[in-house]
Design a protein around this ligand. Sequence first.
Ligand code: WQD
Length: 338
Amino acid sequence: MRVLVSGGAGFIGSHTVVQLVAAGHDVLIVDHFGNSKPSVVNRLEALTGTHLPVHAFDLGDADKTEQLFSSEQIDAVIHFAGFKAVGESVEKPLEYYENNLGSTFSLVRAMRRHGVDKLVFSSSATVYGHNPSPLVEDMSTSATNPYGWTKVMIEQILRDVAVADPSLRIAILRYFNPVGAHASGTIGEDPQGIPNNLMPFIAQVAVGRREKLMVFGDDYPTADGTPLRDYIHVEDLAAGHLAALRKLTQTDEAVSTWNLGTGHGTSVLEVLHAFERAVGRELPYEVVGRRAGDIAQSFADPHRANAELGWAATRSMDDMCVDQWRWQSANPTGYPDA
Ligand code: WQD
C-alpha cells in the first residue's frame, strides 16, 4: 500500500516509516518539522535505501492538505502529527486544541473527499485517566490536561465520523511509554529542550548533557516507592502499527481500539538501574517531590492486541536501554540541524 505518515519525521513516526518500507509499502511523509528536524529524513533514506517524498507543511492548512490528496495516490494514513507535551498543553490550551483537532479535521476531510478509507490514529494511555491498571480498552476515558483531552476528543470524533461514513476503517492505538531506538543507533528520540520524559532525560544524564536525574517522588504505594509505567520499545510500537494497518484491510469493524503496551509496569528506579547496566556505570540522581498529575501505576492489558492483531511486545527493558544508549551516545546532541 501507499501510506501517508503524518509526523513521519518524529520519534515513533520515523521508526514506523522504516518498518513500513521494509514490509514493502510505499511511504510518503508530511511533517511541518515543528518538533523534528529535516535531517531525520536523510537518516531514514539511508536506513531504507529508498527516496521518501516529504511534504513539509502544517496539516491544519486545509488547502495544502487537499492539494496533497489531489496530487498523490494514497491508500492509507497513519496519523502521528500533533503536539504532545502535557505541561505545555496546560499553558497553551488553545494552541493544543486548534493544532491537534484542526489537523485531524483537515486530514480526515481530505481522506473522505478522496476515498482514502484506512486510518491509524496515534492515541495515548493518557486517555485512561485514573482508571486502575491493568488498563483495558473498554474502560472509560478522561483527561487531566488539554493534551489528554485532545486525544479523548479525537477518539470520539473518529468514532462519530465512522458512523457517518461506514466505508472507513479506523484503528485507534493507545501507546503507553515509548522508549528505545532503532538498533542501528542512527534514529531515535530527540526531544527539543529539556526532556519531560524519563528515559530521554536519563540518556542525557548518561551522555553528560544533564547533571543528574530528579526522581519525582519515592513515596508512592509501589515496591520501591517510585511509580510504575508500561515502557514499550519503539520498534515493538512500530510493529504494532503495521499489524493494525494489516488488520484494517481485513476487518469489518469500523473503529477498533488497541492498547500497545507490554502488560507490566517498571518503576523509575528500575529504569534507572537498567540504564546504568547499559552504560556500565552508576548515574547520579536525587529524589525530590512528586510531579503534579503523576499517578502511581499505569500499565496495559495488551490481550486484545495480542489476540486480534497477532502482535506482542518482545523487547525487554534492558533491550530498550541498550538501544537508547547506542542512539544517544552516537548522537550526544541529537540530530544535526542541517
Ligand atoms: C514516567 C515516570 C515520572 C521524568 C507521559 C505523558 C503521556 C505520554 C507518555 C504522550 C513518572 C518519572 C519522569 C523525570 C521522573 N506522552 N520521571 N523524573 O508521565 O508516564 O507519560 O509520557 O502521549 O501522555 O503523560 O511519562 O516519562 O514523563 O514519566 O521521576 O525527569 O518517570 O514521575 O513516574 P508519563 P514520563
